[in-house]
Design a binder for this molecule. Structure first.
Ligand SMILES: *[C@@H]1O[C@H](CO)[C@@H](O)[C@H](O)[C@H]1NC(C)=O
Ligand SMILES: *[C@@H]1O[C@H](CO)[C@@H](O)[C@H](O)[C@H]1NC(C)=O
Ligand SMILES: *[C@@H]1O[C@H](CO)[C@@H](O)[C@H](O)[C@H]1NC(C)=O
Length: 439
């Protein structure tokens, strides 16, 4: 016992005798380093290598240029991208439909087809898988689509609730796909199976060639006190399409909410023609505002009639690019009901005179569509032909079977009509009313 203790203390002394050496040199090293650092730190010009100080200095220096902020870089790149393009424009179309719409969607697609453009077809989840497959097969079977690969069918469909936020989510998804599929389109156009064009794409492409690629066509007014504010902005709705697998109606809660004070609400037509830079701003979300507004609209009735409108009119970079027209001919009953009037043969003249690019809404296979095909689009075969169709049309053959230069356009009377309304829309007097107070 005693021996063991002795051994222990002896061993302990041996170790502790040598142990002091390492801590001693370690602390010596540390204190020498500290002294040297302190000495040079005091006498050297600190702002040379102090990152914090550097930041404040350069911030002060570039106060006027605002070059320091990441947002200004993004804004600059946005501008240079859109300014540097002067070739003929390209459009990116979304054509959406539901159960029973596959043939109409195909007809709309053919009527607005042009090799320069991109197309995405979306059939909502209500359509049976067989119908979606049929649509996919007829797109696949078309030789022109196959060769140019500019028509895409969305295989994964969304459940879309009428007037719900799933509607805007679906549009945003389609835009995201179009942004990925092609890097060089200029405008996004939203159509449904009950829309139809009133002029060939050549006319539209020609008129838009001559226009600033910064203009957004979005019919809008500010929501001011009145029934619309009370019926749209105050109720809180929940879209079951966001989390249920079966379609059901919007759920309206008993609570009501106050009006937003950090931005103003705008509303208008759900049919839009938007520039690439604006939809990039909405989709890529480098500014938080489009995302915040999207979240706000989750619980809003009819978000597609208001989302883009509110984003564009509350954003300084884009406010002046909003032209208050959707380039659609839409007829309303007087007084207006919930849905626009179905257009028939009787409306033909008015449609043409309006100068609009598209009209809605049409019943499936209505005879007026045949009249539009014949008199406005010159559509006998698959497509509304343009200057790119250089094949023979002898004996009713399809001239679009052989393709020519797609940046040459053949001008029809549609271009003149459209040019007419464009001139009115671009007038300073009209543009000064953009994003201002509603009627
Ligand atoms: C786009 O088109 C569809 C028609 O299928 C419509 O329901 C929707 O509200 C439109 N607008 C937007 C902004 O999504
Ligand atoms: C379109 O081009 C013509 C000349 O080709 C020009 O006179 C006209 O001002 C242009 N219009 C616009 C809106 O730029
Ligand atoms: C197509 O037409 C445009 C405009 O006329 C012209 O600039 C271009 O060189 C043509 N492209 C080809 C491949 O011929």
């Amino acid at each position: 016992m005693a021996m063991k203790k002795n051994v222990n203390t002896h061993l302990g002394r041996v170790f502790s005798d040598r142990k002091w050496i390492i801590p001693f040199f370690a602390s010596l090293l540390v204190s020498v380093t500290l002294t040297i650092t302190a000495f040079f730190g005091l006498y050297s010009p600190a702002y040379d290598d102090d990152p914090m100080l550097l930041d404040t200095v350069s911030l002060v220096k570039s106060k006027e240029s605002t070059d320091y902020f990441v947002e200004s870089d993004i804004r600059k790149s946005l501008k240079s991208k859109s300014e540097s393009r002067n070739e003929a424009p390209r459009f990116a179309y979304l054509i959406s439909g539901t159960k029973g719409d596959s043939q109409r969607m195909m007809r709309v697609l053919q009527a607005v087809y042009h090799p320069r453009n991109q197309y995405v077809l979306h059939m909502d989840l209500e359509a049976p898988p067989k119908e979606r497959l049929d649509l996919t097969m007829s797109v696949k079977a078309d030789l022109t689509f196959k060769e140019l690969e500019n028509v895409h069918v969305m295989a994964k469909s969304n459940l879309v609730t009428y007037k719900g936020s799933t509607m805007i989510a679906c549009t945003l998804q389609a835009i995201a796909i179009l942004l990925r599929e092609s890097s060089n389109w200029d405008w996004f156009i939203n159509l449904s199976a009950s829309d139809y064009p009133l002029m060939p794409q050549d006319d539209l492409l020609h008129v838009f060639s001559n226009m600033s690629r910064e203009l957004n066509f979005i019919e809008h007014t500010q929501m001011v006190a009145g029934w619309k504010l009370n019926q749209r902005a105050r109720p809180i709705v929940v879209d079951p399409g966001l989390y249920l697998s079966k379609k059901s109606d919007l759920a309206v809660t008993t609570q009501r909410r106050s009006l937003p004070t950090s931005f103003k609400l705008f509303t208008g037509s759900a049919w839009v023609i938007l520039t690439r830079s604006f939809v990039e701003y909405c989709i890529w979300g480098w500014d938080n505002f489009p995302r915040t507004v999207l979240m706000y609209y989750t619980n809003f009735i009819s978000s597609p009639e208001s989302y883009f409108h509110t984003v564009i009119c509350n954003t300084d970079e884009f406010r002046y690019t909003a032209i208050g027209h959707d380039l659609h001919y839409i007829a309303w009953d007087n007084p207006p009901r919930q849905h626009p009037r179905v257009l028939t043969m009787k409306d033909f003249e008015k449609m043409v005179q309006s100068g609009a690019v598209f009209a809605r809404k049409f019943a499936k296979d209505d005879p007026v569509l045949d009249k539009i095909d014949k008199e406005l689009l010159g559509r006998i075969n698959r497509f509304a032909p343009g200057a790119w169709c250089i094949g023979s049309s002898d004996g009713g053959a399809d001239p679009c079977l052989s393709r020519g230069n797609d940046s040459v356009f053949r001008l029809g009377p549609g271009a003149e009509r459209l040019h007419g309304i464009m001139q009115t829309l671009l007038l300073a007097e009209f543009r000064s009313k953009q994003c201002s107070l509603g009627r």
